[in-house]
Design a protein around this ligand. Structure first.
Ligand code: HEM
Length: 387
């Protein structure tokens, strides 16, 4: 197989199960594929490319709209849409995000003080907790359960697949129990109660479907957020000039910082996979019905035809718009929680560097360990000194 330097823009890759799939690496080809009704997001469609054994098991689970095509996809996506509009995020979720990030920062600073001259791990002591607690609050998980569940989340998002799968099962069981509780006593304001009241009670969804959807909300972007925080902080520390700019104008530069992190790192780089439902030519290549397609959005986000000097981390890219990055996908399945996630990341970076302007890396960059290549990009630990 050619290495990435000589690989043509569209080529076939061998998957872990020996099957072949098309790998699309150009920005324009990924956009065309992800916008095309000829491609299916249905995991059970012939040819859908799985990248590890767990994916084949997932075919037996109750599907959510992530793996449906329109019109079913659009109908189920609409059930959650109101929770993730910019208006709802600003009114309802921003105050929750700010409160949680402040609390997590207090704990992080306290840990740092207790550690004295020793470094502490930004991933385990900070990055995991902010998104996890925010999404628990959004789902309506009682405060008393949050700490225990956060531990599960830590394992679920770790780089060990077996431990992660066990923690996943535990969490799924917990969410099933929570749905039952909310069926008895729905609260107002949280996402599970809303699904129970608006979808389950009138008979649009079954109890199992509500559990699966709630679990989707919990897991869909948690690892991507944790990895975007960890890698984002690391990358800023590696680019002191840009960090200095950011510290001078944090609120103003936060949106473009987040856009550049989602382009440069692409924390959900393996999520945009499809099966060909109908023969289609993309980028001059015939993709035949029943074949698999992996939109390598991580590569597409470094496509030199789309982005000047693509391997450079640059929060000041001229003319860069949030929709230019494929970090949140493209087309009908583009991340439903994009605004929710961007807002959260902006709050995290602004608050972190305002509170800890002297934050610095405690280990040589070459000693850092990144996630295995068949998982979305992440870093195992980022040891830091807080001042
Ligand atoms: C930095 C954080 C995140 C990144 C980088 C990210 C990335 C993505 C990507 C690339 C897709 C498209 C997948 C495809 O093409 O099939 C996607 C879809 C989705 N994301 Fe996110 N995501 C993030 C956070 C979240 C969060 C926090 C949630 C939930 C609260 C979420 C919920 C979803 C859902 C429900 C979809 C499916 C949309 C659909 O199929 O219509 N994401 N995300």
């Amino acid at each position: 197989m050619p290495d990435s330097a000589t690989r043509p823009p569209i080529s076939q890759v061998k998957l872990y199960d020996g099957k072949l799939a098309w790998l699309l690496t150009k920005h324009r080809d990924c956009c065309e594929a992800l916008a095309s009704p000829a491609l299916s997001a249905d995991r059970r469609a012939p040819g859908y490319p799985e990248i590890h054994a767990g994916g084949h098991k997932a075919k037996e689970a109750i599907p959510t709209f992530v793996n449906m095509d329109d019109p079913d996809h659009a109908a189920q996506r609409a059930m959650l849409e109101d929770e993730f509009t910019p208006e709802t995020v600003e009114r309802k979720w921003r105050p929750v995000m700010e409160e949680v990030v402040d609390a997590v920062l207090d704990e992080f600073v306290a840990k740092g003080e207790r550690a004295g001259d020793e470094p502490i791990d930004l991933v385990k002591e900070f990055a995991v907790h902010a998104p996890t607690r925010i999404i628990y609050r959004a789902l309506g998980v009682p405060a008393a359960d949050v700490v225990r569940l956060s531990r599960d989340s830590e394992i679920r998002n770790s780089t060990s697949r077996n431990a992660a799968e066990t923690a996943n099962l535990e969490l799924q069981k917990y969410i099933g129990g929570l749905v039952k509780q909310k069926m008895q006593r729905p609260d107002s304001g949280d996402i599970i109660s809303r699904l129970v009241t608006e979808q389950l009670k009138p008979g649009h969804l079954t109890e199992d479907q509500v559990t699966t959807l709630a679990f989707l909300v919990l897991t869909a972007g948690n690892a991507a957020l944790i990895n975007s925080i960890s890698l984002g902080v690391l990358t800023l520390l590696q680019h002191p000039d840009q960090l200095a700019d950011f510290k001078k104008r944090p609120e103003e530069l936060a949106p473009q910082l987040v856009t550049e992190i989602t382009r440069y790192h692409t924390a959900s780089g393996l999520n945009s996979r499809r099966a060909v439902k109908q023969d289609i030519v993309i980028g001059g290549q015939l993709l035949k019905m029943g074949e698999g397609v992996i939109c390598a959005v991580q590569a597409a986000n470094r496509d030199g035809e789309k982005f000047a000097d693509p391997d450079k981390f640059d929060i000041h890219r001229p003319g860069m718009r949030p929709e230019d990055t494929l970090g949140f996908g493209f087309g009908a399945h583009r991340c439903q929680a994009e605004f929710f996630s961007r807002t959260q990341l902006e709050i995290v970076f602004v608050k972190l560097f305002k509170r800890l302007p002297g934050l610095r890396l405690a280990k040589a960059e070459t000693e850092l360990v990144y996630s295995e290549p068949t998982m979305n990009v992440g870093v195992e630990e980022v040891p830091v000194y807080l001042a």
